[in-house]
Each structure stands twice: as C-alpha cells, then as structure tokens.
Design a protein around this ligand. Structure first.
Ligand SMILES: O=C(O)CCC(=O)C(=O)O
Ligand SMILES: [Fe+2]
Length: 312
C-alpha cells in the first residue's frame, strides 16, 4: 500500500481525548498535514461556496478588477490571475483569488483587521463565505486545542491569542490551462505563513506535499475531509516540533487540463500583536532555540507578503 497522509475524526477530541491528541500530534510530526473528518460542517455549506465563487470568477475581468483594493497587499477583495508568485520562484501562480477577513460588528481593535469588500454582482457570495469562515475558524480552534495539549500547554492556550486573528478565507480559481509551454504551475512550491491552514477542496487532484526524501506525495481526500496543515508561524513558535511542510498544486494532464480547479483554504492567523516567541516546552539540548529573536505576527506577515509579490 502506498503512503498516505492520515485522516482523523475530530469528534474524538472529546470522546477519546488523550489518544486523539497523540494521533494528531504524531501525524503532524510525520507529515505536517492531516485530514480531518467528523467535523460537523454540512456539505451544503461548502457546496454553496463553490456555487457562489464560480459565479464570481465567471464575471468579466474588468468587473472583477473593480474589487482589487490597491495598497492592502491583497488582504481583502480580489487578486487577479498571475500576481502571486511563490518565494524563490520567477513564475507566477496560475490562479486568481478573493480574500475574506474577520467580519466584525464593531470597529476593529486592530487596524490590520480591514473591513471586507463584497461583490454586488453576486449577492449570495457574502453569506456563503461568512458561514464557511465561521465554521472553519471554529474547527481551527478545536485543532489548536488538540495541538496545545500535544505540546504540553493548557487546552485553551491559543483561544485568547486568536480571538481577533487576522485570518483569511481564500476562495481560489485555477482556470483551465491554455498552454503547456508555461513554466508556471497552479501553485508553486511554498509553505503557508500562518499558524494552521484548513483546506476545503483537496478532493480535486493536484495538491502534493514534499517528503524528506525529495519525493512529492499527492494529497487527495474524500469530499467531507478538511485538510489541515501547519504553517510557518506555528513551526517557528514550536521550534520546528510541528513542521510546516512544503506543498504545491501541479498542472493536470489530459482532459483535466481543460477544466477549472476550485479550492478554499482558510489561513488561521493569531491576533496581529501576538508575539511569536519560541515556546520553552519546545526547546531541549537536542533541539536548541532556532529563533532567539521574537517577532510579532503582523511584522512577520508583512515580511512574507512582500516576498510573494502581494505587498509592493
Ligand atoms: O489549492 C490548493 O489545494 C492549495 C492552495 C495552497 O496551498 C495555498 O493557497 O496556500
Ligand atoms: Fe499553501
């Protein structure tokens, strides 16, 4: 049998806590990625997002560009095809996307929590995306509870560090490929910037993770599975105890090349002023502190956005 990223049932967080925490932590130590099912997010919530995003991305380019908000580093609204370029790559990704941030009723505690923009042409887009945002934010909180316990922290360690998280829901459209000559791929090899990413849409082939032996392992899951991976902020906080694994989305061959691919990652971020300082629980003589200098989540984010071409 070929190797596969494990899938775990998160309802075990309450019914079988100790073993679940152990299994999840081991999966992340081995792969940096894990499938999560049993999460209770209704398939209709995800289906509605796919329906609404396909309506939006089908609009004329000039209409979509009205929702590009200059100067925000793509933090909200639309980012066009061929803009984002993975670190260390000269070839832009073959994708366009939209960013939804935390929707607040009152003025933000943090200036970085910009107001959302919504496409008036697609009225169902906002309610669909906000519903999925809330569901994934909540699921991410449960994954962080398990990870906190795995690291020897108290279960709610992350709660007050993520309650105003600068988290982003990113509906992505990878259009049909019209040339086989391009050196670009749908998403160039990269690591995610944030604490954890919850990905809806890995049921469509294309996503691959880099294994320590240099091979690429496909991650394709059942439709009900959310793929959750560790990002660089959590890797840094945990001194690499939880690794942020390099991944990419390759161009399909054959008939699939003529079809769009849609996916929706949710990048769960800490509050902008959270200080990423190596956890003492993750430092030992075998694993000395790799990051003696702390950095705030916001400083770290700005550095990384500049590197991928979103902040000029
Ligand atoms: O589309 C996917 O399956 C993955 C996208 C991704 O890795 C990202 O946007 O960071
Ligand atoms: Fe990613």
């Amino acid at each position: 049998m070929s190797v596969q990223v494990p899938t775990l049932d998160i309802s075990r967080l309450d019914s079988d806590t100790e073993r679940f925490v152990h299994n999840l932590g081991r999966a992340y130590q081995e792969y940096g990625f894990c499938g999560i099912n049993g999460h209770g997010i209704a398939p209709s919530i995800v289906d509605e997002c796919y329906r609404q995003m396909s309506l939006f991305f089908a609009l004329p380019e000039a209409v979509k560009q009205r929702y590009h908000l200059p100067g925000l580093g793509g933090a909200r609204g639309y980012t066009g095809f061929g803009v984002e370029t993975a670190r260390d790559s000269n070839h832009p990704d073959l994708k366009e996307f939209w960013h939804v941030g935390l929707e607040l009723d009152a003025p933000a505690h943090y200036p970085q929590l910009y107001a959302n923009s919504w496409p008036s042409e697609v009225p169902g887009f906002k309610p669909a995306m906000l519903t999925l945002y809330r569901a994934l934010n909540e699921l991410g909180g449960r994954v962080l509870q398990a990870l906190a316990m795995y690291l020897g922290l108290e279960r709610n360690y992350f709660a007050d560090k993520t309650d105003y998280g600068n988290s982003i829901l990113r509906p992505i459209h990878y259009p049909p490929l019209n040339s086989t000559l391009t050196e670009s791929i749908r998403s160039g090899r990269h690591e995610d910037i944030n604490l954890i990413t919850l990905l809806v849409g890995a049921s469509e082939p294309g996503l691959q993770i880099l294994r320590p032996d240099g091979s690429w392992l496909p991650v394709t899951t059942k439709a009900d599975t959310v793929v959750v991976n560790i990002g660089d902020m959590l890797q840094r906080l945990t001194n690499h105890v939880l690794p942020s694994t390099t991944h990419r989305v390759i161009n399909p061959a054959g008939a699939a090349a003529g079809r769009s691919r849609y996916s929706i990652p949710f990048f769960l971020h800490p509050n902008p002023d959270f200080v990423i300082r190596t956890l003492p629980e993750c430092v030992s003589s075998d694993n000395p502190d790799r990051y003696p200098l702390p950095v705030t989540a916001n400083e770290y984010l700005l550095e990384r956005l500049a590197e991928i071409g979103l902040l000029k």
